[in-house]
Each structure stands twice: as C-alpha cells, then as structure tokens.
Design a protein around this ligand. Structure first.
Ligand code: HEC
Ligand code: HEC
Ligand code: HEC
Ligand code: HEC
Length: 481
C-alpha cells in the first residue's frame, strides 16, 4: 500500500472531497495530503520553493514536472533518507514532520540498519552514501507518517485552532507492552530465515551475508484496496504484477487472522434464556482496528437450534456486502453505541472510531473532525485506559470508557437471548473486519459529481471484496431433558 499511496483512488477521492467541502483552505489541504502520500514530490518542491498542489495541474497531473516523483509513493529513497532528528517520535515529528537533508551528489546519506556498509558501489552507481543509523530499527521512524494530527475547522469553515488525532498507532504502541519488546518493524518487516547478501555489486563475492534481514512486506489489513488496485491496474497506473498483489493480499489476510482471537466463554441456559460471553483478545501492537477511522471490526453472532434453524443473528452483512444489518450508521446523526450486553438482534458490537465536529455532530469530513464520540477500538495488551497520564489521542471514548471488562488487550461482551425450546443450541461467532465502513463511504459518495469520487465509487461498486473474517469460535449447549 505504501508504494501505491499516490494512486490509491480512495485517497484521491477523499482529497477532492475535502477540498470541495472546504474550498477556502485548498492550499492547506493539498500541502497536508501530499506530505505522506506523495512525499518525494512534496520534498522536491519544498527545496525549489514551488507551491505544493495535487489536483488540477498539480502533482497528480501527468504534465506536472513532479508527477513521476509523486507516483512513486512512499519510495525506498524517501524512507531511507529520513534524518534522525530529535523531533522523531515527538508531536513535532508526527504528521509528516520528517526531515530530508538538502544535500546533493554523494553528500546525500542513505540510512540503513547495518554497520560498516561498503560505500563505493552506491557512491559510484547512484551518488548516495550508505550510512548506518540506529533509527532505522526504531518505531519513531514510522511515527513521522503514521501519527497524524489534522487541523480542525468549525462547521462554518473557520479555523478552530486545535488539532484532531486522526491516526495514532505510534502512541497506541508507546503505551502498550510492545514498547520495549517489539518495534513496528518487528511485525511489519518480518525477519527472513538465515542471512542475505544485500547487494548484487561487487560481483567478486567479497560481500558477506547480513543478518537479521528484514523483509519489506509492510503488510497491513487493507486487502480491500489492494484488490481494487489490482483489478484496475492499468487505469490507476500500478506497476506491480498480479502475482505480487495476490501474494500481498494473502499475507494481509494472514496478518489479520493473527490480529485477534475470538472465544465464546461461560455458555449457560436458564429460564428460557441462553447466556454466554464473547472475549476478543487483541494480538496486534496497537489498537485493533488502528489508524484511519474508516476501519471497523465487529461481531457476527448466530444461534441455531438442534434442527439448524437460526433463532438469533446479530451483525450479519446485508446483501450488498457493505452494510451491517441492524447497525445505525447513517451519514448524519446516529451511530451504533458500544455494548456491554446484547439482548436483541438489532444490537451489534462494532469496534470503531466515530468522529464529531466542534458542535458535537457526527462527521466524516476529516478537516471537521475535532473529537471522537466513540472510540472502542480494542486496546493493545498493557494499555491501561484508566491511567490518568494517557494522552488524549489514544483514550477510550463513549460507553466503552465505563465498561469494566473493556481492558488492555481485550473486551468481553455478554449476550443474553430469550429462545424457543430446543434440545441444543449452537452458538457461532465470527469477528469481521472492514476497511471502508458503510457510513464513511456513503458520506464520501455524496460528492460524486467530482470525477475522483465518481471513479472511486464505480470501482467500489465493481468489487465484491468488502470485508474479511478475522477469527471465529463455535460452542454447542446441550439442554438436559
Ligand atoms: C502524516 C502522514 C499523512 C498525511 C499528512 C495524510 N495521510 Fe492519509 N494516510 C496516512 C497513512 C499512514 C494511512 C494508512 C492508514 C491505515 O492503513 O489505516 C493513510 C490512509 C489514508 C486513506 C485510506 C486509504 C485506503 O486505501 O484505505 C485516506 C482516504 C487518506 N489517507 C486520506 C488523506 C487525506 C484526505 C489527507 C489530507 C487531509 C491525508 N490522507 C493526509 C498518512 C497520512
Ligand atoms: C517505509 C520505509 C521504508 C521503505 C519505503 C523502504 N525501506 Fe528499506 N528498510 C527500512 C527499514 C526500517 C529497514 C531496517 C529494518 C531493520 O533492520 O529493523 C530497512 C532495511 C533495508 C535494507 C537492509 C536489509 C534489510 O532488508 O533489512 C535494504 C537493502 C533496504 N532497506 C532497501 C530498500 C529498497 C531497495 C527499498 C525500495 C524497494 C526500500 N528499502 C524501501 C525502511 C524502508
Ligand atoms: C513517508 C511517510 C511514511 C513512512 C515514513 C512510513 N509510512 Fe507506512 N504508510 C504511509 C502511507 C501514506 C500509507 C497509506 C497508503 C494508502 O493507504 O494509500 C502507509 C501504509 C502503511 C501500512 C498499511 C498497509 C495496509 O495494507 O494496510 C503499513 C503496515 C505501514 N505503512 C507500515 C509502516 C512501517 C512499519 C513504517 C516504518 C518502518 C512506515 N510504514 C513508515 C506512509 C509512511
Ligand atoms: C505485535 C505486532 C505489531 C506491532 C508491534 C505493530 N503492529 Fe501494526 N499491525 C499488526 C497487525 C496484526 C495488524 C492487522 C490488524 C490491524 O489492522 O490492526 C496491523 C496493522 C497495521 C496497520 C494497517 C491498518 C489498516 O488500516 O490497514 C498499520 C498502518 C500499522 N499496523 C502500523 C503500525 C505502526 C506504525 C507500528 C509501530 C508504532 C505498528 N504497526 C506496530 C501488528 C503489529
């Protein structure tokens, strides 16, 4: 996804929509949105003093001189040239606050994880000097783009003078047990077996193999967009082949399956009611789901009688594969609250971040977002939501804040359902994941008079991969006659 960050049709549509809704701050939006998604072009024009523009005749236009640099997305040389400044890992270094030195020729350092690199092949062939730097192995390198605070506008368009924590996987990680044991790289750049000679030059066999060698997988959870890009490769300008896309989609699916464990506990039947609890354990290094709040994960629960007739169902997907039946996710007004206990099918446990503007109204417009009305994304292991020192950008918001079994590493949801008699009941639960939530998509498509939004909408309509199964469990409760 990082190499495709500039051609991502969802990103382009959202940029166009934000500009459409806030035309008076077009410059600020385009400068902001280009910083991490087209970082090379952004850095280049910062050097030359040209304005940063994306739409119209900006970076995304093939006639723009910075088009090629933009299309490379988060490229090798951008990430490897990020300087180890004291800002990294702090608020100043977040939100794209990385620094690239304005050097030329061999004065350009390119940082890597190994000490004593052989410098001549890179100097002679590409005019870069490879230099060892410890920051390449640290989470703070990723934090510069992965923690994002956005400036807030009031609904009337005036600047509110505050920032909204749109993405905070780094802070989430910082306050978890993983801080000190596993960096972002540990999970997102898995170590290959054995050791590897990392360069094809010199060819005289003088280079010794290096280890540990981290694979540049950068796998996340976004099978949805990888699939869309794969299916519209030519139109969007993606360069990877189908096999590579399929491999990355498969790897992402496997990462997702390992992200959280789902278990039915304490099943019992009394007074015509079946009761049980579902415990979800987060194994990722941050909240689950994390990052941009278009992601959601939820519980699909069914109860069947001895004849396999479904008696209860909460969290089923509608026929379109996008909307969850029973979930309140209209584009204005309401949202599905966090549940401690579920007693009827229209209640669905959805883990997500729901944004609100400065007047407390639900919003999907990124620049209007000022706070979370609901943030019950499952906490990483070790995070204590009651810790008074917890920064605001990772706090729990809404009913989950007062749910005593919504704790670091897990949540437990109780179910109590009145059922007709049967000799046995089968409870099945599946934890589901969706990249682009229904409400977010419907809100975006209100702007489908914009070509970027119309394109995204048509690609979304033509895809059938809208969700993934994370993990599941099944238990049978036998009723003694
Ligand atoms: C600080 C770096 C940074 C800036 C600035 C930034 N983004 Fe992003 N953006 C990201 C990262 C990182 C992700 C991936 C998050 C994830 O996978 O959950 C992302 C993902 C997205 C996605 C989801 C893409 C998908 O395929 O699911 C959209 C839409 C998006 N950004 C829009 C914007 C817009 C609009 C702006 C400007 C207002 C912007 N971004 C500015 C870092 C940034
Ligand atoms: C998002 C940032 C990022 C991008 C993009 C990136 N790298 Fe890396 N690279 C890293 C990090 C971080 C490490 C060090 C990993 C460690 O050891 O902890 C690394 C390590 C390396 C190494 C040492 C061997 C290894 O894999 O550990 C080589 C060689 C390398 N990168 C080349 C490349 C090339 C070529 C590309 C483009 C195809 C690229 N990198 C893109 C972040 C990046
Ligand atoms: C220059 C900015 C930048 C840096 C530095 C950076 N990223 Fe990213 N990363 C992005 C953007 C932008 C996206 C989202 C692209 C999109 O969805 O369109 C992203 C997406 C991702 C994803 C999501 C992939 C998916 O399929 O959902 C992962 C995982 C990721 N980055 C890991 C890392 C790690 C680990 C590091 C540090 C070694 C890192 N990134 C450093 C900008 C950056
Ligand atoms: C213990 C392993 C682990 C660590 C450490 C970890 N992650 Fe993740 N990450 C995961 C798993 C598993 C997923 C897939 C589930 C999810 O989306 O939360 C994931 C997903 C992501 C995604 C994709 C979200 C999306 O919307 O597609 C991003 C971005 C990301 N991680 C960034 C980071 C960053 C930045 C760090 C370091 C601050 C980090 N991760 C540390 C395991 C880890």
């Amino acid at each position: 996804m990082m190499s495709n960050s500039a051609i991502d049709p969802f990103w382009k549509a959202k940029v166009a929509s934000e500009v459409n809704r806030n035309p008076h701050v077009k410059d600020i939006i385009e400068e902001k949105c280009s910083r991490c998604h087209t970082p090379m072009a952004n850095v280049e024009v910062n050097f030359t003093g040209e304005p940063v523009t994306l739409l119209d005749d900006g970076f995304l236009n093939p006639d723009n001189p910075h088009y090629d640099a933009a299309m490379n997305g988060v490229s090798c040389s951008l990430c490897h040239q990020i300087e180890n400044t004291p800002k990294l890992g702090t608020v100043e270094g977040f939100s794209g606050g990385f620094e690239i030195a304005e050097n030329f020729g061999t004065d350009r350092n390119i940082y890597g994880p190994y000490s004593d690199p052989l410098v001549n092949p890179m100097i002679n062939n590409v005019n870069f000097t490879p230099v060892h730097s410890a920051h390449m192995n640290e989470s703070k390198l990723c934090a510069t783009c992965h923690n994002l605070d956005t400036p807030v506008l009031h609904p009337n368009g005036e600047a509110a003078g505050i920032y909204f924590p749109e993405q905070a996987p780094y802070t989430e990680w910082e306050y978890s047990d993983f801080n000190g044991t596993q960096e972002c790289q540990s999970c997102h750049m898995p170590v290959a077996d054995g050791s590897v000679i990392i360069s094809t030059r010199p060819q005289n066999g003088s280079l010794s193999p290096r280890s540990p060698f981290r694979q540049h997988q950068f796998i996340g959870a976004n099978t949805y967009m990888l699939n869309i890009i794969k299916n519209n490769k030519v139109k969007l300008g993606a360069i990877a082949d189908d096999t590579s896309f399929d491999q990355t989609i498969q790897n992402s699916r496997e990462l997702l399956k390992a992200a959280a464990h789902t278990e039915i506990i304490r099943p019992g039947f009394a007074d015509g009611k079946l009761s049980f609890s579902i415990k979800i354990t987060n194994h990722s290094g941050h909240k689950f789901p994390t990052s941009i709040p278009t992601r959601r994960t939820w519980l699909h629960v069914t109860i069947q009688d001895a004849k396999n007739t479904t008696l209860f169902e909460s969290g089923a997907l509608a026929e379109d594969g996008r909307k969850i039946i029973g979930v309140d996710d209209k584009t204005i007004g309401t949202y599905e609250p966090h549940h401690k206990k579920i007693v009827e099918p229209s209640q669905v446990q959805v883990y997500e971040g729901i944004m609100a503007d400065t007047e407390d109204h639900l919003t999907y417009t990124l620049l209007h977002a000022a706070k979370f009305l609901k943030d019950n994304r499952i906490l990483p292991k070790g995070m204590d939501k009651t810790d008074i020192n917890l920064p605001d950008n990772i706090k729990t918001y809404g009913a989950a804040a007062n749910d005593t079994d919504f704790i670091g590493g897990s949540d437990t949801v109780d179910y109590e359902v009145a059922l007709p008699p049967s000799t046995s009941y089968t409870i099945t639960v599946t934890l589901m994941y969706q990249t682009l939530s229904y409400g977010f998509a419907q809100d975006l498509y209100q702007d489908d008079e914009l070509p970027e939004v119309a394109l995204m909408k048509s690609m979304d309509e033509k895809t059938d991969l809208h969700s993934e199964k994370v993990s599941s469990d099944q238990k049978v409760v036998n009723i003694l006659p």
